[in-house]
Ligand binder design. Structure first.
Ligand SMILES: [Zn+2]
Length: 407
């Protein structure tokens, strides 16, 4: 089936997406449309099979029917492309993940080789569920790059040959479906917003910062319930904030960047230096200091190795200092820390919290919570699925008709 939807219908579908079971009253609140207008739009979407009515269930307080997206609209593909691995997930239109696959990547340079790997994983995940490419509504892809969605521009550090058009063309040709790209931290924020709204529909988090710490450091910003991308799509690009003008040279050429002093590279280099010293606890744990990997240091910290704890704590204080500036500037109600750094366990979170609360203005932090992301390593891939669906709805109102499965 092919169907055009109006911008107003797209807003109703988007409002329905954010809640597991929604009502016409809630849709009227979030869209600002009158109750009559919502009823008319919902009737049309129900009759065309975009939405379904459910209930009322015995445990519901009211007797009203609730609305959900039709899970049979089609399938979504979410791709989380990191510096060292790629994850591909396949879900229904209501975000139930059917299968996901992960592959470790070597140090990559070549866009075509990485895209070939992603294409193979998508083919595999579709094959495992016996789903054809034409049954897919859209592909969402998050990658460690600054992405200007409106301009179709992309900037990956040190990889100028990577291009928005190249990725978009490759994947849309391979599968014949819509493809949407965004920065990985932005997408992580979208994934976390989705789970927060699904699980706590009464206390919606409208102002939130999600910080991804891995080989790079980036932030996704939710302002007034919307992903804030900035004028050129570069909002939240925090890795090169200077925290020590006399510090070591970063790969960007400047000195003392946050990314140089608190990311995976800092943690690995500090652990390697420490392990080479006589009598080092890390030296006893890792017999070849130059072979120490990021994840191994995080696990050592979790297991209570004092030197790993000290290194992670140093990274935590540096992150906390930068986060406290964001708290004073932006006054979020929630800061979430995501990426592999969460493997370090509760001590890192404690040192970030302590620094943030001690350095933020009391009025900015009195309602603030600082936690690890709720979806852990699945945040980005869930955000990519959400990006795929929300962008497909907006695109269908653009107007490019939406090909969906069930009328
Ligand atoms: Zn830098």
């Amino acid at each position: 089936m092919t169907h055009f939807i109006s911008t107003e219908e797209s807003q109703i579908l988007e409002g329905t997406f954010w809640r597991e079971h929604t009502t016409r009253q809630y849709l009227s609140q979030v869209t600002g449309f009158s109750r009559n207008k919502v009823s008319s739009l919902v009737s049309n979407l129900l009759s065309h099979g975009f939405m379904q009515e459910v209930g009322p269930q015995p445990h519901w307080r009211g007797k009203n029917h609730h609305l959900t997206l039709n899970a049979g609209l089609g399938y979504l593909i979410g791709v989380d492309l990191g510096w060292t691995s790629v994850t591909v997930a396949l879900s229904t239109a209501n975000m139930t993940v059917l299968h996901s696959l992960n592959k470790t990547l070597g140090p990559y340079q070549d866009q075509d080789a990485v895209l070939a790997c992603i294409t193979t994983l998508i083919e595999q995940v579709l094959g495992l569920q016996e789903i054809q490419a034409h049954e897919v509504l859209a592909i969402g892809l998050g990658l460690p790059a600054t992405v200007n969605i409106e301009g179709g521009l992309l900037s990956v550090e040190h990889l100028p040959q990577w291009s928005y058009a190249g990725i978009h063309t490759h994947l849309s040709r391979a599968f014949g479906v819509r493809v949407f790209l965004d920065n990985d931290a932005n997408i992580m924020a979208l994934g976390e917003l989705w789970i927060q709204r699904r699980q706590h529909p009464q206390s919606e988090v409208e102002n939130m910062i999600v910080i991804k710490v891995g080989h790079g450091i980036g932030a996704g910003i939710i302002a007034n319930g919307q992903l804030y991308r900035g004028h050129d799509g570069a909002a939240g690009d925090i890795g090169h904030i200077c925290i020590d003008p006399e510090g070591p040279v970063c790969h960007c050429g400047r000195r003392g960047c946050l990314e140089r002093l608190a990311s995976a590279r800092f943690i690995v280099e500090a652990a390697q230096r420490q392990a080479a010293l006589k009598g080092s606890s890390l030296g006893q744990r890792f017999l070849s200091p130059d072979q120490i990997r990021y994840e191994a240091v995080l696990h050592a910290c979790r297991e209570g190795d004092p030197e790993a704890l000290e290194i992670i704590q140093r990274a935590g204080v540096r992150l906390g200092n930068v986060i406290s500036n964001f708290v004073n500037f932006f006054n979020p109600s929630k800061v979430l820390i995501g990426g592999k750094i969460a493997l370090a366990g509760p001590l890192l979170l404690a040192s970030i919290r302590q620094t943030v609360y001690s350095r933020s203005q009391p009025i900015s932090s009195r309602h603030l919570s600082v936690d690890y992301t709720q979806l852990n390593e699945r945040s980005t891939v869930c955000g990519a699925l959400a990006l795929a669906l929300l962008s497909a709805f907006r695109d269908a109102a653009n107007p490019q008709p939406l090909h969906f499965l069930q009328p």
